[in-house]
Design a protein around this ligand. Structure first.
Ligand code: HAM
Length: 421
């Protein structure tokens, strides 16, 4: 610590990261359990991969021309001199895990979900963090556009369960390796004509991957991109049919969407379907979730030729628009009076907890008034009174805080009362 720095500053959380404190964490838990339940209804199972991976995995998967890889990765060299990266996204990790464990040979459908932290070194702002959390789902081995539609429908169902409305669903197709090269050439040609107005970054993208110009948020580049040819006009027969089928499925499911022909999404691996759900109440970082199809990644990693599709949802962003009322906890506060009652209280606490009653004992010798003051402050639902008298009779007092109702009984009788029997 240098002189003048306050200790708090020195030890503060790193910029772009956040503590999730009690009071807030309950909404996260609710989101996690709603998401888990939703995915299970569609046949997904959880797959947990490590937080860091070989840097090459993301270079190959996320893509060498993506902003995520070129600018935003948390890359470090470990003690063995290996380049490792804190995962900026989850998709390449799942694909690696499938290949490594030959999950494609298992009888279960390859539908996976995961929730956890991701890391991107970008300028922090509202809705954009350096450690953020995603809920991610991936399906493998399903070529049919119906599964892309099912994913979008599942995303809607999840958002509805979270009471999130007023969203827009954007869909597009970015073609495949058969149709994209010709489109890339047409795009490059158009972009070269606008070179003078493009930012330095986009000027570079003209040569490396002109599709990435559509990711640029700068007004001048966006305006220039408006005159560029659109991928939808350059799709091959197969991609056109796939996209038509997707829209047909969305219509069948009565899902409102908007075709957004410039929705290329910032990652290099997409083929055919891309989609995003955005929220008007989020400001600049308005994407709640995004995803699409990536039919070549597994093959490109040296694995079997199995297609993939999925999406990831930003948990911070969802929580900032979701109206999640945390469940009210029902805590029993155990008020003991004296040393003997403290010992008996420990036993009683164990009894109630083993019977699924949340029971809090604070090991501070208090008088009855102080106990009740504290129980009030903690918003305890009940107070269990354990004094010497109660101990002698093996009958205890139980007070319901909201009504003031007080009953007396053995621990078994009180348990029945607490359980509403
Ligand atoms: P992505 O669009 O990069 O896609 O991220 C998905 C979501 O993560 C975004 O819509 C946003 O809600 C959230 N997000 C991204 N970056 C940040 C950040 N810095 N701070 C807060 N939230 C953020 C992917 O990651 C792909 N892996 C999705 C996918 C899965 N595609 C196919 N399968």
């Amino acid at each position: 610590m240098t002189r003048g720095d306050s200790p708090e500053k020195e030890l503060a959380a790193i910029k772009g990261t956040k503590d999730i404190l009690p009071g807030e964490v309950e909404s996260w838990q609710r989101l996690e359990s709603v998401a888990r339940r939703t995915f299970e209804l569609y046949g997904y199972r959880e797959l947990r991969a490590p937080i860091f991976e070989a840097t090459e995995l993301f270079e190959k998967g996320t893509g060498r021309t993506s902003d995520v890889v070129t600018k935003e990765m948390y890359t470090f060299t470990d003690k063995a001199g290996r380049s490792l990266t804190l995962r900026p996204e989850y998709t390449p990790s799942v694909v690696r895990a499938i290949i490594e464990h030959r999950l494609d040979l298992q009888p279960e459908p390859m539908r996976y979900y995961y929730m956890g932290p991701m890391f991107r070194y970008d300028k922090p702002q509202k809705g954009r963090y350096r450690q953020f959390h995603q809920v991610d789902v991936e399906v493998f081995g399903e070529k049919d556009a119906a599964v892309d539609a099912e994913l979008i429908e599942m995303a809607h169902s999840l958002l509805a369960r979270l009471n999130i409305s007023a969203t827009d669903t954007l869909v597009n197709s970015v073609g495949c390796r058969a149709c994209r090269p010709a489109y890339g050439r047409a795009l490059r040609e158009a972009a070269r004509k606008k070179m003078a107005v493009l930012c330095l970054d986009c000027q570079r993208k003209v040569e490396t991957n002109p599709l990435r110009i559509f990711d640029c948020k700068l007004e001048a580049c966006r305006r220039a991109a408006e005159s560029f040819p659109l991928i939808l006009d350059h799709l091959c027969e197969e991609c056109r049919e796939h996209f038509k089928a997707l829209l047909g499925w969305l219509d069948l499911l009565r899902i409102r969407y908007r075709v957004e022909p410039r929705l290329v999404r910032g990652l290099d691996y997409y083929t055919k379907t891309t989609f995003e759900i955005v929220s008007g109440s989020l400001g600049a970082q308005n994407s709640l979730l995004g995803g699409g199809r990536y039919d070549d990644m597994m093959k490109d990693f040296g694995g079997p030729d199995i297609c993939g599709t999925g999406f990831a949802m930003g948990m911070e962003r969802v929580l900032s628009v979701a109206a999640l009322a945390p469940e009210k906890r029902k805590v029993l506060y155990l008020a003991y009076l004296g040393e003997q009652a403290k010992k008996a209280g420990m036993e009683l606490g164990r009894f109630f907890r083993r019977n699924d009653v949340e029971c809090l004992i604070e090991f501070k010798d208090r008088g009855m008034k102080a106990h009740f003051g504290r129980a009030n402050k903690l918003q305890a639902a009940w107070v269990l009174i354990v004094g010497e008298d109660e101990l002698r009779k093996a009958r205890f007092g139980l007070k319901e805080m909201a009504t003031g109702r007080q009953v007396e009984g053995t621990r078994e009788e009180l348990l029945a009362t607490l359980q509403g029997r």
